[in-house]
Design a protein around this ligand. Structure first.
Ligand code: C5P
Length: 214
């Protein structure tokens, strides 16, 4: 191992999508692969941090050298994050579903002959990033992500204030970022905005971990 500037620090990282159940066999999800968050978790661990990775359902293996907690829904993700505190660092890279089905059916929903399509009532999910950023055990550095398809930086500046986090890593997801291997990000902090070049997600993670350590 190289330098371990984060030795003795605990980092909480969220990654992946969430699955919001409709019934026992159906769910609502999104296209997040978890790659960026997993890469950040691994990069923080490589700098010596003790890392808890709270992951929604992904096809990725548990990264070696850290603790991975697997969850499905946003509410489970929030509970796992709160259980992981205290931490000095939180990086919330998960693509958390904004809404869940208000009342998931206990049994598989049946398509009755002649009946129309069901109408699903939705409920708001908790905002995990905002909750952790306002938590009594708030980590000293809280980093959020902002995936946008337009006005990426302007939305991120507003989001940083609204959510109460320290930095926002803003990325444009109008192209092939979700599920892809590369990412173009802007780091929005209280001091201003840094534009990073298009990089492999692993390289974004290495640079972000180095900036966190600094
Ligand atoms: O509001 P928006 O979903 O664009 O915010 C993105 C940021 O907030 C990401 O860091 C994401 O992980 C976090 N988030 C969250 N819980 C939610 C929604 C978003 O932690 N319910």
């Amino acid at each position: 191992p190289g330098a371990q500037p984060l030795a003795g620090r605990h980092a909480l990282v969220t990654a992946g999508p969430t699955h919001e159940p409709i019934d026992p066999v159906r769910y609502i999800a999104n296209r997040s692969s978890g790659r960026q968050g997993y890469a950040i978790a691994a990069a923080l661990a490589a700098l010596g941090a003790r890392v808890t990775l709270v992951s929604g359902p992904t096809a990725l293996p548990d990264p070696p050298g850290l603790v991975t907690r697997r969850v499905e829904s946003a509410r489970e993700m929030l509970a796992a994050c709160e259980a992981a505190l205290p931490a000095e660092i939180a990086v919330m890279a998960a693509a958390v579903a904004d809404w869940r089905v208000a009342r998931a059916a206990a049994q598989k929903m049946k398509k009755a002959p002649g009946a129309g399509a069901p109408v699903l009532e939705m409920a708001l999910n908790p905002d995990i990033l905002a909750t952790i950023a306002h938590h009594p055990q708030r980590p000293g550095l809280v980093v959020g992500f902002a995936a946008e398809t337009e006005q990426v930086v302007q939305h991120a500046i507003e989001k940083r204030r609204r959510k109460g986090c320290d930095w926002i890593v803003a990325n444009d997801v109008s192209g092939e970022v979700m599920g892809g291997a590369r990412n173009t990000v802007h780091i929005v902090t209280a001091e201003g905005v840094e534009d990073w070049p298009e990089l492999p997600k692993d390289e974004v993670a290495t640079r972000l971990a180095a900036r966190i350590a600094a």
